[in-house]
Design a protein around this ligand. Structure first.
Ligand code: MN
Length: 440
């Protein structure tokens, strides 16, 4: 840890010091935005309710050395080049930006060092998927989620024997990844209604979300190259929220033998801000505890460092707001809260496993953790688990019942990291609203 993590640091930007902001000066996440009414995409850093336009800041003489290299890589329409930057350069940039933004609001001796126009209110910006994502891989790293879902699909055989040895994943689709706030059209597909034995085609009746954390690959790997577990995090740039929208009726008909396909790839929503690996330092946690009766990971997926600090103490919450709730101006209703520290596999293990056969990883590739579910009731990160495939509907504050999502429902995910002796930082919001299937 270093001075950029100091919980006592404040910013001359007043909104960054508010207790409920996700973006205090200790966070400094990257995103891609445009000014409303202007098509040009820019790299920015979130601070309070403002965005620092890094490319715009280049006109002032603020950056030197490696920090200047990073600032130049920000003068792009996406984060891909920045994601490849060496760790020490990113660290110098973060230290300098922290210095430029620190101060006490109202202290007249502190002068805004940024050139005019380099600070953009978030309310005047539109956000975009921050990287050109070449490939997207979705893991299945919560043993609680895997067991709960397994029980529903295969009551007598919930957890396959490979689960405790292999970080299970499927290749997702990058083209349908959308930014938070994008409407999601109810997908159509093949499913078999209960009581029937033959499939029919139509809008899904079991539309669900999955609350997940995303990991962007930073420095890539070459085809044929593998990554030792102790080096894995050097290839991880930062994290975001991911909603892996899922059509459960389509999924249960199509998933054997090759895994999910059209039940998942119609849309995946990501949050706009990428919290860097360095910002996560104060919130590292031991990897999930494996009871002695569980098999230990094979040597290439095992290290003391990973066991002691491979996890991340991140809290993830899911809220719903139906059309009736919006009309009644009701606040979003919390469906669940879970911790990433309960995952069975760590981000480093996912990356090392992904590259273990020589598969190359590229800057901007996205991994998602899999649904984050914990052992307690109310910690299940999807409706399939929360309602037990619709058997126990959820009652909303309006009295409406939900087994799965209805048209007009909005799902909002939030996540934050908090620790004694550290600032509270957040990931921002990941939201999406369900709209009806197209008529034809
Ligand atoms: Mn998933």
């Amino acid at each position: 840890m270093n001075e950029t993590h100091d919980p006592s640091l404040t910013s001359w930007i007043e909104s960054a010091n508010s207790a409920d902001t996700d973006f205090p000066i200790q966070n400094l996440p990257f995103g891609v935005f445009s000014r409303k009414g202007d098509a040009e995409r820019r790299v920015g850093v979130a601070i309070g309710d403002q965005i620092v336009d890094i490319g715009e800041s280049l006109s002032a003489n603020l950056w030197t050395g490696k920090a200047r290299d990073v600032a130049r890589w920000c003068d792009r329409p996406n984060l891909n080049e920045l994601m490849e930057a060496p760790r020490d350069s990113l660290s110098e940039f973060r230290a300098r930006l922290s210095e430029l933004l620190s101060g006490t609001p109202g202290d007249t001796s502190v002068i805004n060092p940024l050139p005019p126009g380099a600070l953009v209110p978030m309310s005047e910006a539109e956000m975009f998927v921050p990287a050109q994502i070449g490939d997207y891989t979705d893991f299945y790293a919560s043993i609680y989620h895997a067991t709960n879902v397994g029980k529903i699909f295969r009551p007598d055989n919930p957890l396959f024997p490979n689960y405790k040895h292999v970080p299970i994943a499927y290749h997702g689709r990058a083209s349908s990844i959308v930014i938070s706030g994008t409407d999601v059209t109810r997908p159509k597909g093949q499913s078999v209604a209960s009581g029937s034995t033959t499939p029919a085609f139509g809008p899904t009746q079991m539309l669900d979300y999955e609350a997940e954390v995303g990991f962007y690959v930073g420095r890539g790997t070459k085809l044929g190259e593998t990554v030792p577990l102790e080096d894995a995090e050097e290839h991880l740039f930062g994290i975001c929220l991911v909603n892996d929208w899922s059509a459960r009726d389509i999924q249960s008909w199509e998933y054997q033998p090759l895994g999910p396909f059209l039940s998942k790839n119609f849309a995946t929503t990501v949050s706009p801000w990428v919290v860097t690996w360095e910002a996560l330092e104060p919130y590292r946690a031991p990897a999930f505890f494996r009871p002695p009766s569980d098999p230990q990971p094979l040597p290439h997926l095992s290290s003391d460092k990973n066991r002691n600090e491979g996890g991340l103490d991140l809290n993830i919450e899911v809220y719903i707001r139906s059309m009736l709730m919006r009309e009644g101006r009701l606040r979003p209703f919390r469906l669940s809260a879970a911790s990433l520290a309960d995952m069975y596999w760590t981000p480093a293990q996912m990356l090392t496993h992904h590259a273990s056969n020589g598969c190359n990883l590229l800057p901007g590739d996205l991994f998602a953790s899999g649904t984050v579910s914990g052992p307690e009731s109310g910690s299940q990160g999807c409706l399939l688990e929360l309602t037990r495939r619709g058997a126990n509907p959820i009652v909303l504050p309006t009295g409406e019942e939900r087994k799965f999502l209805h048209d007009g429902d909005e799902i909002i995910m939030r996540a934050y990291l908090q620790r004694e002796g550290a600032a509270r930082i957040g990931l921002g919001e990941c939201s999406g609203l369900i709209v009806a299937s197209s008529k034809r």
